[in-house]
Design a protein around this ligand. Sequence first.
Ligand code: SF4
Ligand code: SF4
Length: 371
Amino acid sequence: MSATSHSPVFLHHNDLQQLLQILQHDGYTCIGPQVRDGVIHYDHIDTVEQLPRGYGQHQQPGHYQLEPAGHDRYFAWANGPQALKPWLFSPREALWQCQAGEDKLAFEQVAAEDDPLAVFGVRACDIAALYLHDKHFLQQTHRDPGYRSRRQNLLLVAVNCSHPAETCFCASTGDGPEVHYGHDLVLSELSEGFIVQAHTEKGLSILARLPAETASQSRIAAAQASSRAAAEQQGRRLPSQDLQAALFANLDHPRWEDIARRCLSCGNCTSVCPTCFCHREFDEPSLDGQTSTHYRQWDSCFNQGHSYIHGITLRAETRLRYRQWLTHKLGSWHQQYGRSGCVGCGRCISWCPVGIDLTAEASLICTGSEA
Ligand code: SF4
Ligand code: SF4
């Protein structure tokens, strides 16, 4: 039997802990969603009791609020600010160290941690973002050893989104709300449990050990209807035209200046974006002058210093920085990576403190009217 051809099974809510225990037994460190500091955040989990069961949330431009869902599902919420990104592309990472010898310097790569990691509850948009990061960090000529090590040891238990936020638009980018690739297992939650399907041999081996029964046709149909409804609920979308051509034809559009009057250049949008990968690198020498460590740390194209080159700041104005972000994300990513750099997660809309909405701005600049 191939991993993709098995019959879907049904797992009762009460048996979800067994799935976690199988992952732990197989040696995975488990990461899952939980409530922390008023948001849903991914961190280490030992028990399904830590999952945000019964929670929902309300999101709109510049707004995120957790609230009771009114039922006891585990995954009746859309993504919080944190993506899969920090687990693969660390916010700060030592890349190499240099040691002073008697007559020469010795350079040594800092070994990447390679413990197997299982992420529980990952959504379709974040898997699409992961595949974009693969294109960036695993390019033929410049493979990133730390990213590659973590990526090879990653297992994904995905969840089909059933409760998108008002800011989500993954259906319009073709990246969700249903998971179609990149996962080992995928769960579709119903009121009394989950439809579970495996996508890889690893997933199939886990599924074979679950106390699950063959899923009935009515439950499979209910899960499919839930995914369809989640797509239909999404009110936002990106314009459907060739955005690369439209954005570059409008580099002098007055809307860039209008956005700059509202934009704080805070970089929140790039921090929460699952596909942004801008970073800077720097060295930290020890006080005794014997060693130096070279670090990579997240940066943002909204930071003025990010475009500083040889005495010139190329994008000194907020107008130029926002324009760089949007034209890269929705335009020149196509040349670089063969697709748009936006997976429709909506995070940059919810977490922008002044509620700037890239779907509305792209639409105004490219079509002359709001989406
Ligand atoms: S640009 Fe915004 S909506 Fe698109 S992937 Fe990034 S955070 Fe999500
Ligand atoms: S668009 Fe919003 S989140 Fe992004 S830098 Fe400007 S104010 Fe900050």
